[in-house]
Design a protein around this ligand. Structure first.
Ligand SMILES: NC(=O)c1ccc[n+]([C@@H]2O[C@H](COP(=O)([O-])OP(=O)(O)OC[C@H]3O[C@@H](n4cnc5c(N)ncnc54)[C@H](OP(=O)(O)O)[C@@H]3O)[C@@H](O)[C@H]2O)c1
Length: 310
């Protein structure tokens, strides 16, 4: 495993992060085992959110921490807020001070912890007021409830706007990125060309994160489309799987580890958030840092996924 410096307290954070969105598929013993496998393989970073299965994911994690309190200290625990769900009502995005504080209090209670290491704003709220968010963050920090703050799915202008109200840096931006989901890269190859891929949908978010030393946390690293399926082994991607299998063999590794290594090869401060519920895939994924892809291999995988270079 490799590590990067993370957040205000320069914590040593693993490049492979265990995402817990799907843990409601497991029971408490299964989650405990999954976390222990992650720990034993060098993963020390957990990602969750208040809205995953309407709080059930956090509650299950809380059960695990209650049964096994020392386990919590092995992990940097990151949760997210800002997707406002109420039973029987519309779901909307809410970065109001009141909602952020209420959401964090709820998350801490469900997870049975006193403090979360990082809080991300989950999806941009068009109605956000940077000063109000800054007040919420300051209060949560001074109360010792959150150590570090970041965002998710935000473009550079949204981050710039947010920063006008913050006293703390934005530590991370969690965005969708995999070999089969690359709009953030595609637009950069086809600048000023008359093709769909040259439409910049993200405002140069990867470059902005590099310029400002914001950690890029890639989510759904094994998926194509918006949760359409896993590309490893998929008949939808025969050429990609041929190349993944060959490169895996050449590196004495597995297609899963190579797919994650591809994401980590991007030269920002990178983390890959994996979403598996299987211990054996956690072990495989943790080995991604051992795979050092050459530029040639990186582009070969990009092209094998059906992408285009001019
Ligand atoms: N910020 C955001 O907006 C946002 C959005 C979505 C997700 N996230 C975060 O990102 C994390 C990961 O997202 P994700 O769950 O979509 O990630 P993922 O790792 O791309 O997908 C996980 C799913 O793919 C399956 N899978 C993974 N590797 C596989 C392989 N080699 N072969 C076959 N199946 C495989 C898993 O099944 P098994 O369990 O059977 O292995 C699981 O169902 C989430 O837990 C969450 O923390 C953030």
């Amino acid at each position: 495993m490799e590590y990067i410096e993370f957040g205000c307290n320069h914590a040593k954070a693993s490049k492979v992060v265990l995402g817990l969105m799907r843990i409601p598929e497991l029971d408490v013993q299964g989650i405990d085992a999954l976390l222990n496998t992650a720990k034993d393989n060098g993963i020390n970073f957990l990602d969750i959110a208040d809205c995953y299965s309407n709080g059930k994911a956090e509650s299950l994690l809380g059960e695990v921490f209650k049964n096994n309190p020392s386990l919590r200290d092995n992990f940097i625990v990151q949760s997210k807020c800002g997707i406002h769900k109420q039973e029987g009502k519309l779901t909307f995005f809410d970065f109001s001070k009141e909602h952020i504080i209420e959401a964090v209090n709820g998350s801490l209670k469900r997870m049975n912890i006193e403090q979360m290491d990082c809080l991300l704003l989950h999806r941009p709220d068009a109605l956000m007021e940077p000063d109000e968010i800054g007040e919420a963050f300051n209060q949560l920090y001074s109360e010792g409830k959150v150590k570090t703050f970041g965002v998710s799915n935000m473009n550079p202008m949204q981050m710039k706007l947010l920063k006008t109200g913050l006293d703390c840096p934005i530590a991370a931006n969690q965005v969708q990125l995999s070999i089969c989901h690359t709009p953030m890269l595609n637009a950069g190859y086809t600048v000023n060309m008359d093709s769909d891929s040259s439409v910049m949908r993200d405002g140069g978010v990867l470059e902005y994160c590099r310029l400002h030393k914001i950690v890029v946390q890639a989510w759904s690293v094994m998926q194509y489309g918006f949760f359409k399926g896993v590309f490893v082994g998929s008949p939808e991607y025969p050429e990609l799987n041929k190349v993944l299998n060959r490169i895996a063999l050449e590196h004495n590794s597995t297609p899963t580890a190579v797919a994650i290594a591809w994401v980590l090869r991007y030269p920002a401060l990178m983390q890959a958030v994996i979403g598996t519920t299987k211990q054996h895939r956690v072990v495989e994924s943790a080995k991604a840092c051992d795979v050092k892809l050459s530029r040639y291999e990186w582009y070969e995988l990009y092209l094998a996924a059906g992408n285009f270079l001019p």
